[in-house]
Design a protein around this ligand. Structure first.
Ligand code: NAD
Length: 362
């Protein structure tokens, strides 16, 4: 059977790493039919929108996409394609595994954490009021009337929205993921001691949902304490579920703990649709140099294979990537302890992974 997948090369370094990931996927013997989608500035120039309908329709139809990073130009009206995709397709869970592979220069060994980040609300709801506008004045008055708190006149506002529905949904996702992947513990991170009505709601929902999963351990942890513990002994964590903003920050922290963005894969998942993409962005300064690490993209592709039920191919591909890293010969500059050592190119990494995959037999 052939899997129909929407392939979004993205821009910046996106097309180079997407090509590398596509080559290794095809070398696994699993069959794909790729539906190519153009987004970002190229789509803006061609179709007058950075996220054309045909791309959304293709993902809705195929239910699975593999996506390269897309640049969000600063200082234009251009909306982030990445945020728009998550919102339009209700991809409410951001899944980011952070795992140490022997051979990657890291401060810790044996880290294997999965970050589950809520993707739709919190401070990313987009509800903001600029300083000095009529709206922010009205809001300041409402705050004064209802809470007797006087905010400074030159304040801007970004509203933090946390709902019980979204909190339950993301915590349930974390527990279901734990069960399906033989994980032992879910830690819910929050700041409910200070943010009683937003994070407090998240925490209460997490505690309720946890009762439905007596086979999986549960704890809650204040997010600042979590960061301190991650920096000292990250091995104590298994799955960490967090509201949107903390999830964004803590997943980058964890990516750093396991060797950086070059080896940090990810996925954005909804009830029926999943989009697999690396954590990193389009790194425009490296465009066209065949230099950056395609492994985060390849590991995202491995997650996609699992999602498609191609477990054997996924395990073998992950092992091939891990073997290339462990050998240390065909890795890009970011995985070299000494950055002055000669490093492999993006396409050479793909060649080496394909070679290792073939030599595994089976
Ligand atoms: P970035 O992740 O693109 O790059 C930051 C630095 O990380 C790079 O300069 C490079 O040194 C390193 N890096 C990133 N990927 C690497 C790789 N595969 N191999 C080796 N080194 C790598 O972050 P940025 O510079 O803040 O963002 C650039 C653009 O990407 C922005 O327009 C941003 O909006 C966009 N972005 C897109 C996504 C996405 O598509 N999901 C995610 C994050 C950022």
């Amino acid at each position: 059977m052939s899997h129909k997948v929407t392939l979004i090369p993205g821009d910046g370094i996106g097309p180079e790493i997407t090509e590398a990931a596509k080559r290794v996927l095809e070398a696994t013997g699993v069959k794909f039919e790729w539906d190519i989608g153009i987004v970002g500035q190229q789509a803006q120039d061609k179709f007058g929108t950075p996220l054309p309908d045909y791309v959304l329709e293709s993902i809705k139809k195929n239910k699975v996409a593999l996506k390269g990073p897309v640049t969000t130009p600063v200082g234009t009206s251009f909306r982030s394609v990445n945020v728009a995709l998550r919102q339009s397709l209700d991809l409410y869970a951001c899944l980011r595994p952070c795992k140490t592979y022997p051979g990657v220069p890291t401060p810790f060994k044996n880290v294997d954490i999965v970050i589950v980040r809520e993707n739709t609300e919190d401070l990313y709801s987009g509800i903001e009021f600029a300083k000095g506008t009529k709206e922010s004045d009205r809001l300041a008055k409402l705050i004064l009337e209802t809470t007797q708190t006087k905010v400074k006149q030159d304040s801007g506002f970004s509203i933090k929205v946390i709902s019980e529905t979204a909190s339950r949904r993301i915590v349930r996702f974390a527990f279901e993921y734990a069960r399906a992947n033989n994980r032992k513990k879910v830690s819910a991170a929050h700041k409910a001691n200070i943010l009683k009505f937003s994070d407090g709601l998240f925490l209460a929902a997490a505690r309720e949902v946890a009762k439905e999963y007596p086979d999986i351990g549960f704890e809650d942890v204040v997010v600042d304490a979590l960061c301190m513990r991650l920096a000292r002994s990250p091995q104590q964590y298994d799955i960490i579920v967090l509201p949107n903003l903390y999830g964004d920050i803590v997943s980058d922290l964890c990516a750093g703990l396991v060797g950086g963005l070059g080896v940090a894969p990810g996925a954005n998942i909804g009830d029926n649709i999943a989009v697999f993409e690396p954590t990193h962005g389009s790194a425009p300064k490296y465009i066209g140099q065949n230099k950056v690490n395609p492994m985060a993209m390849m590991l995202s592709a491995t997650m996609m294979l699992c999602h498609l039920g191609e477990i054997k191919a996924a395990d073998r591909l992950e092992k091939a990537i891990a073997d290339v890293i462990a050998e240390g010969k065909s890795v890009t500059y970011d995985l070299k302890l000494d950055r002055n050592q000669p490093a492999a190119t993006t396409s050479e990494v793909a060649d080496a992974v394909i070679e290792k995959f073939k030599n595994q037999g089976g």
